[in-house]
Design a protein around this ligand. Structure first.
Ligand SMILES: C[S@@+](CC[C@H](N)C(=O)[O-])C[C@H]1O[C@@H](n2cnc3c(N)ncnc32)[C@H](O)[C@@H]1O
Length: 441
């Protein structure tokens, strides 16, 4: 078991470390004839991933860790804590307002636009716009190339170039942020509960008795609007398809080719984007994407014609017995971490015990999810992604991120016949692919 250590470096030591990591990054990019980082809107959105990835990644992680520490030294403890409490929430509010009111897309990607003209394109007044922009610009999100005009920077261009960041912002800042600000109140009221209906989210959004996150996403809204949150959530999940949660890690982490002509059931598969990528790569495989009814539209919008015969959608509630119980493989990607142990066990048992029989001997459950590493063994910027995922689950469903032993215990508790045979975490991946085999003996 590792432990997190306090950073012992001095102010000058941090500055030297920053200079050294920055030089490594500059040299690698120069060597590969790639642009240097800048705030120009045409800047690349991501770092390259190639043979020098590990060296580049180490330098980036050290640079970020050192920059965080040096910011804390430069601010001093009193100002740092005071500023954090005061400013951060508004950074997030502004980002949410930009996404909600279509401002990222209303500012032209090239050139600039006056606040007055922008106010004619979006549902905000010039005065409101100026106030939001002025705060955002302190962190290099948009800038004023000339008085009274606003233009994009590389950061404000990110949701324009990758539109899935907009539903991602909506879910995290429009839905989860009001809930995370109630986490302490929910703990005070409900204690250390694992009930998915007694959460900070249910408190913040007055969900009513017995309603959980997914009931709310699925049912909020009237008439044709109903389920609008679930549809946006399905798009937000596609934003996770990049960085450490890129779909390619789920593809690399298991020998899909070796399955031959099997049927894979993608349980809680959302828009089906993983199944579609797997189907493209492995033409012998067939897929059934299962999710709640409101997600079907997102699937229909995404499925290419040539995959329709091999990738289908089935409305299915995984709190009920699995209709495809005789399939060869069940994929659960980013699903079990949404649920406390008692419910995750119920979901697993529903896979095994179908309405007409049990899972086939030798069938596999493939889980692609976070496995919490021991404390302090991965760089702090990556550690923060795992602790964020854990707190996010606590906030929205009272669930958690599990360590390796927790996963093994979970499968055993669900059914003694489940054997966990592999944990594979491809390089660069935040997800681990866990392979579990069912022995019907
Ligand atoms: C965190 S998302 C993961 C989606 C997808 N597997 C991925 O990798 O991005 C969890 C999914 O579980 C689905 N879900 C939640 N409750 C469900 C239920 N009772 N039955 C079936 N699907 C459900 C949600 O609609 C959502 O698509």
């Amino acid at each position: 078991m590792g432990s997190a250590h306090i950073d012992q470096r001095s102010l000058l030591g941090l500055a030297e470390s920053i200079a050294s990591s920055a030089k490594t990054i500059v040299d690698i990019l120069k060597g590969q004839k790639l642009p240097q980082p800048s705030f120009l809107p045409c800047s690349p959105m991501k770092y390259p991933e190639n043979p020098e990835f590990a060296k580049l990644q180490d330098a980036r992680m050290n640079l970020i860790t050192s920059a965080w520490a040096i910011e804390q030294f430069a601010a001093g403890p009193q100002d740092y804590v005071y500023w954090q409490a005061y400013t951060i929430k508004h950074d997030l509010t502004v980002l949410n307002a930009f996404a909600k009111f279509g401002i990222f897309d209303a500012v032209p990607p090239d050139g600039d636009i006056s606040y007055a003209d922008l106010a004619r394109k979006v549902p905000l007044t010039e005065r409101q716009l100026r106030r939001l922009f002025r705060h955002a610009m302190t962190k290099n999100i948009f800038f004023e190339p000339r008085p009274d005009h606003v233009a994009h920077t590389a950061l404000s261009m990110a949701p324009v170039k990758n539109p899935t960041l907009k539903p991602w912002i909506h879910h995290n800042l429009g839905e989860v942020l009001p809930a995370s600000s109630r986490l302490a109140d929910a703990v005070e009221k409900y204690g250390d509960t694992q009930d998915p209906t007694q959460t900070a989210l249910s408190m913040a959004w007055n969900l009513g008795k017995g309603k959980s996150l997914f009931d709310w996403l699925e049912n909020d809204g009237e008439g044709p609007e109903r389920g609008w949150r679930a549809r946006l959530f399905a798009q937000a999940m596609q934003a996770m398809d990049g960085g450490g949660h890129d779909r390619r890690y789920t593809i690399q982490g298991f020998n899909w080719e070796g399955l031959g002509g099997a049927t894979v059931v993608d349980v809680g598969g959302s828009s089906g984007f993983i199944s579609m990528s797997l189907a493209e790569k492995f033409p012998a495989l067939r897929f059934v994407v299962q999710d709640l009814p409101e997600v079907e539209d997102a699937f229909n919008a995404l499925i290419p014609t040539d995959l329709r015969s091999r990738v289908t959608f089935q409305r299915y509630d995984f709190m009920t017995p699995q209709p495809q119980y005789s399939a060869d493989v069940f994929l659960l990607r980013h699903v079990l971490h949404d649920w406390t142990d008692a419910i995750a066990i119920k979901i697993l048992r529903n896979l095994i015990n179908g309405p007409g029989g049990t899972m086939k001997d030798g069938a596999r459950i493939i889980v692609s999810d976070n496995v919490m590493p021991p404390m302090g063994v991965i760089p702090p910027p990556l550690e923060r992604l795992t602790t964020t995922a854990d707190l996010q689950m606590w906030t929205v469903t009272n669930a958690l991120e599990r360590r390796k032993d927790d996963w093994i215990d979970l499968f055993k508790q669900a059914d003694e016949r489940l054997e966990t045979v592999a944990f594979v975490q491809p390089e660069g991946s935040s997800d681990t692919v866990i392979e579990v085999v069912f022995h019907d003996k």
